[in-house]
Design a binder for this molecule. Sequence first.
Ligand SMILES: *[C@@H]1O[C@H](CO)[C@@H](O)[C@H](O)[C@H]1NC(C)=O
Ligand SMILES: *[C@@H]1O[C@H](CO)[C@@H](O)[C@H](O)[C@H]1NC(C)=O
Ligand SMILES: *[C@@H]1O[C@H](CO)[C@@H](O)[C@H](O)[C@H]1NC(C)=O
Ligand SMILES: *[C@@H]1O[C@H](CO)[C@@H](O)[C@H](O)[C@H]1NC(C)=O
Ligand SMILES: *[C@@H]1O[C@H](CO)[C@@H](O)[C@H](O)[C@H]1NC(C)=O
Ligand SMILES: *[C@@H]1O[C@H](CO)[C@@H](O)[C@H](O)[C@H]1NC(C)=O
Length: 191
Amino acid sequence: MTKSSSLLTIFFLLFVFTIKLKFATAGDSVKDTDGNVLNVTSEYSILQSTNNGDGVTVTRVKGKLAVILSSNALPVTFTDSNESKVILIDDIVSINFTNITEHSGSSSWIVVYDESTKLSYIGVGSAKEYPGQQIKTGTFKIESIGAHYKIVFCSDVNKSSCKNVGVDGTEGKIRRLVINGSLLPIQFKKA
Ligand SMILES: *[C@@H]1O[C@H](CO)[C@@H](O)[C@H](O)[C@H]1NC(C)=O
Ligand SMILES: *[C@@H]1O[C@H](CO)[C@@H](O)[C@H](O)[C@H]1NC(C)=O
Ligand SMILES: *[C@@H]1O[C@H](CO)[C@@H](O)[C@H](O)[C@H]1NC(C)=O
Ligand SMILES: *[C@@H]1O[C@H](CO)[C@@H](O)[C@H](O)[C@H]1NC(C)=O
Ligand SMILES: *[C@@H]1O[C@H](CO)[C@@H](O)[C@H](O)[C@H]1NC(C)=O
Ligand SMILES: *[C@@H]1O[C@H](CO)[C@@H](O)[C@H](O)[C@H]1NC(C)=O
C-alpha cells in the first residue's frame, strides 16, 4: 500500500466512525430495525440488541403477570404523551402489549414493588391484579444508548432520577424485567 492510499484509508475510516458515532438525542425519533420511525399505529417486538436477540414477553411468576425476557416476543404498541404520532426519544410513553389473553387484548405496563425480593418489576394491567403489592407510579421513556435503545422508568417520587429497566436473573431461569436491573439494550422490530 502506498503512503497516500493508506492516508486515504485512515480518512475513510475516520469518516465512517464519525457517522457511526452520531448518537440520537432528545427530540430525535426512535427507529425500528428497518430504519423506520416508530409510530403509534404499528406493533413492535422489543428485542435484546445483543446476544441472540431474545425478546420481551409476559408470563406468570408466582401467579402474577410479569414482563420477562424470553426466546419469543409479544408485540407492543407505544403511545406518546405529547399525542405525537411518532415516538420520540425522552418523551413520556406508555407501552401496551397488544394480545394478552388474560386481558382479552390490550394491557399496559406498570411497575410493581415485590416486598419479598425488594425488587420493582414490570407487570401489566392494574393494581387489583397485584393484591398485597405496591404499584409504583411514574412514567416510561425510551432513551438511546449508542445505536440501540433502553427503556427507563421515572418514579413520580423523584422525577429527576430515572432508572433503567433491566433484567433480573434471581427468579430461577425466569428473567424478569425490573427497575435498576442489569442493563438491557434493546431494538424494536415491526411485528
Ligand atoms: C407507521 O410505520 C409503518 C412502517 O414502520 C408504516 O407502514 C405505517 O404507514 C406508519 N403509520 C403511520 C400512521 O404513519
Ligand atoms: C414531549 O413531552 C416530553 C415529556 O414527556 C417533553 O420533555 C418534550 O419536550 C415534549 N416534546 C415535544 C416535541 O413537545
Ligand atoms: C394472540 O395470542 C394467542 C394466544 O397466545 C394466539 O393464538 C393468537 O394468534 C394471537 N393473535 C394475534 C393477532 O397475534
Ligand atoms: C393500553 O392498555 C390500557 C389497559 O391496560 C387501555 O386502557 C389503553 O386504552 C391501551 N392503550 C392502547 C393505545 O391500546
Ligand atoms: C432525586 O434523584 C437525584 C439524582 O439521583 C438526587 O440527586 C436527588 O437527591 C433525589 N431527590 C430526592 C428528593 O430523593
Ligand atoms: C440501583 O443500582 C445501583 C447500582 O447497582 C445502586 O447503587 C442503587 O442503589 C440502586 N438504586 C435503587 C433505587 O435500587
